[in-house]
Design a protein around this ligand. Structure first.
Ligand SMILES: NC(=O)c1ccc[n+]([C@@H]2O[C@H](COP(=O)([O-])OP(=O)(O)OC[C@H]3O[C@@H](n4cnc5c(N)ncnc54)[C@H](O)[C@@H]3O)[C@@H](O)[C@H]2O)c1
Length: 361
């Protein structure tokens, strides 16, 4: 099996997602193409070794790296951190032809993307995602942004990267539970578009959660999931009908995340959300029991949750009613009509909604 995969993301600003061990070499080639190019390395706290390695590669290629450490996780997606980066870019004299690089999980790639989108009304950004969620989801697709006190991702811009580079070996240091949480989005891609992903996970679930021990499998799963997202965003950058299929399982997941005040891992909530929506689709006559059960089986096999607490329906239902994807009190869901065949379910009955909840609680 090949040790590299390149996925082309089309659309009005096409770019490549390159997965493989030569990611840093490629960064050097990329930045070195403009002699003396300044490169802001926005790196997550904890990712210093990779940031230093990237800086050395850039220097060797004739570029000028500027290291900018940012706080870990969601603390990075903050207007104060953004302002610090703007100050840095100003002090270092970054021009339109210079470059921003994001190194870290999805929080850092979101921040790096947004600082690139906003500096001089848009400079190039290359993303170096280091978490599974970041490489299959956050770094691909062009959505960037930060949080405000009023909520997550309320400020942002669509600003596609010029390239996404990831060596799956970087993901090896992620805690196992975080990696599994990222797998929820990979498995989602299996259900909505590429069932081979499910076959691969089911064939050896332990291997699927171990990128260090099974690098070829990790490469294949990542590349397949990126391909699914690439196909969708190329056709639909700005979030209308097709992009909606990426939200499979997310309506119920967002409700859990809110009720739990964002203390749940996103992927864990998505795993329960997919199980919920599969139960809902079954009750609405869209899928059969086997396909609904397959959700439980494959998610459980990699250690993801498929159930939530009982007795929380009123709260969850209220949050889903406020979801931006619903229209008035009528709820809308992305469901399956079969494996790899996403569709929309508008206005399921309250009874179906509650029965599906009972099935996952
Ligand atoms: N822009 C989009 O389309 C999009 C899509 C999905 C998610 N997101 C965003 O992505 C973020 C979630 O991504 P995430 O789960 O990567 O979060 P994160 O960036 O907060 O990372 C989670 C934790 O993993 C650690 N980590 C990252 N890489 C590691 C590594 N290689 N080894 C050890 N630890 C590592 C981080 O330090 C952090 O503590 C959220 O802010 C979410 O809003 C954006």
């Amino acid at each position: 099996m090949s040790t590299h995969r390149t996925i082309a993301v089309g659309g009005s600003q096409p770019y490549a997602v390159r997965i493989g061990a030569d990611a840093l070499t490629r960064l050097g080639e990329h930045a070195g193409a403009v002699p003396g190019r300044k490169v802001l390395l926005v790196h997550q706290s904890g990712r210093e070794p990779l940031a230093e390695e990237a800086a050395a590669t850039l220097r060797a290629a004739g570029a000028t790296p500027v290291l900018a450490a940012v706080p870990d996780a969601e603390a990075a997606k903050d207007v104060g951190v953004l302002a610090d980066l703007w100050r840095r870019l100003g002090q270092e004299g970054f021009t339109r032809s210079d470059l921003v690089v994001g190194i870290g999980g999805g929080a850092t790639t979101d921040l790096a993307g947004f600082v690139a989108a906003s500096w001089l009304r848009g400079v190039d950004v290359v993303q170096l995602p280091t978490s599974l969620l970041a490489v299959v989801d956050a770094a691909v697709g062009g959505k960037t942004g930060i949080n405000t006190a009023e909520g997550k991702n309320l400020v942002g811009a669509f600003h596609p990267p010029v390239e996404v580079l990831c060596d799956p070996a970087w993901l090896g240091t992620q805690p196992r539970a975080d990696y599994a949480s990222g797998l929820a989005e990979v498995i989602k891609c299996g259900f909505i578009a590429d069932p081979t992903i499910l076959d691969l996970v089911e064939a050896d679930p332990a291997a699927a959660t171990d990128p260090t021990g099974h690098p070829a499998l990790a490469l294949d799963l990542i590349a397949r999931a990126v391909q699914v997202k690439a196909d969708v965003v190329a056709a639909d950058l700005t979030e209308s009908s097709l992009r909606e299929i990426l939200n499979y399982g997310h309506t119920f997941a967002h409700a859990i995340e809110q009720v739990e005040h964002y203390t749940w891992r996103h992927g864990d909530a998505v795993a329960v959300g997919m199980t919920y929506v599969a139960e809902l689709a079954r009750r609405a006559g869209r899928i059969d029991t086997d396909l609904a059960e397959r959700h439980r089986r494959v998610l459980t096999s990699v250690g993801l949750p498929t159930a939530y607490l009982p007795g929380r329906w009123e709260e969850l239902r209220a949050v889903m009613g406020r979801d931006k994807k619903s229209r008035g009190s009528t709820l809308r869901f992305v469901v399956l009509e079969g494996l790899g065949r996403p569709a929309r379910l508008e206005g399921p009955t309250e009874e179906q909604l509650q029965e599906a909840y009972a099935a996952v609680s």
